[in-house]
Design a protein around this ligand. Structure first.
Ligand SMILES: [Zn+2]
Length: 364
């Protein structure tokens, strides 16, 4: 693998031209060195290359996460701070950068992480899966939503996070009712079957990979409806939400994950002012947490009596898609191209930040 922190050792892993034979990587030496271009930061020069096949020119920077970014080397810090409870604003002040820079790097990393995940996703799931929604909101309490999460029962590998907008319900003051009506008149209602459609998407995906395994959910009606609406290869077992929420509960992996979201996202703490301002930001943060927990951290921080390897193995190692806990450079070191992987519509929408029912303007 190419090492970017040390540009001299960089080996171009593929040709950046999507129409080139070598776009998808090769062991052949498909390039020649092609001089240097000056840069204004150390080491003050940037190695250039030319592809022998398609003749396009590219440089060492082409493969870096900070390609065409003004300041380099911030992403790792931003990732760690952001996924350990700091708000974007605090990170910006700590690193003496603009808050927009923090948002920009999180966005870039989340997109990269989708491409990384696509290439490193289990081909088969040989464990039971727990599935449930995480209730939160974006922009204001008038836009509540569900994040539908699927987590491996044993590995705690996060398989899916998808977004379902909800219409505000429950007790409201008269003033809030007026405001809610106003918003509905202006924007229309959120689709009322979004939990069903997202659940169906996840169940269909899991059904292909986890044949004969059990899917644990709570007794949400939309889950039952989604499960019955197609020929699912998994068994469904529903757990009462009144059941004790300890580690013997089959939904424990989900409950634990949702606790971690509350703990590690400044945006998910009660009464916070750093809540997510729009759907894109929320989903990108969750996407990053998915990669961070699946690949870059052990399953549990502390030693576990029942699972002696848990403090040394990442969830990705449990499901067999990694052989060690990955470093930041191993995940984000080489910039991947959209044209190198086949994405489904949902993944494309994620990268383009398409949220058709959003009441906010989201800049892609
Ligand atoms: Zn080429």
């Amino acid at each position: 693998m190419a090492i970017l922190s040390d540009q001299i050792q960089l080996i171009p892993p593929f040709c950046p031209n999507p129409r080139c034979l070598f776009h998808f990587g090769t062991n052949l030496k498909f390039y020649v060195k092609n001089g240097f271009s000056p840069t204004d930061k150390p080491p003050f020069r940037n190695q250039r290359y030319r592809c022998l096949e398609c003749k396009i020119q590219f440089s060492a920077n082409t493969f870096g996460l900070d390609f065409r970014k003004k300041s380099e080397g911030l992403s790792e810090k931003i990732l760690h701070y952001s996924l350990n409870g700091m708000s974007n604003n605090s990170i910006a002040r700590l690193l003496k950068i603009a808050e927009g820079t923090v948002r920009d790097r999180l966005k870039t990393m989340s997109r990269q992480s989708v491409l990384f995940e696509k290439e490193n996703y289990p081909k088969r799931i040989s464990e039971n899966v727990a599935y449930d929604g995480f209730e939160t909101f974006t922009h204001s309490q008038f836009s509540p939503c569900y994040v539908n999460t699927a987590v491996g029962s044993h590995s705690m590998f996060i398989y899916h996070n998808t977004f379902s907008p909800l219409n505000r319900k429950g007790r409201m003051t008269n003033e809030q009712k007026c405001k809610n009506q106003e918003l509905i008149l202006k924007h229309g209602l959120y689709p009322q079957n979004s939990v069903y459609t997202e659940t169906l998407y996840i169940m269909k995906n899991l059904s292909v990979l986890a044949q004969g395994r059990t899917l644990y959910t709570d007794e949400h009606k939309s889950y039952m409806r989604a499960y019955r609406s197609f020929d699912c290869s998994m068994d469904l077992e529903t757990i009462s939400s009144k059941a004790r929420r300890d580690s013997s509960n089959p939904l424990f992996p989900i409950n634990r994950l949702h606790n971690l979201y509350r703990h590690f996202f400044s945006s998910q703490q009660r009464e916070t002012i750093s809540f997510q301002k729009h759907e894109g930001a929320l989903m990108e943060k969750l996407q990053l947490m998915k990669i961070y927990r699946n690949f870059m951290n052990p399953k549990f921080v502390k030693k576990n009596r029942f699972d002696p390897d848990a403090h040394e193995k990442s969830p990705a190692m449990y499901v067999g898609v990694a052989s060690k806990i990955l470093s930041f450079d191993e995940v984000f070191g080489v910039r991947k191209f959209k044209s190198q992987v086949t994405l489904d519509q949902k993944e494309k929408d994620f990268i383009e930040r398409v949220y058709p029912y959003s009441r906010q303007k989201i800049v892609a």
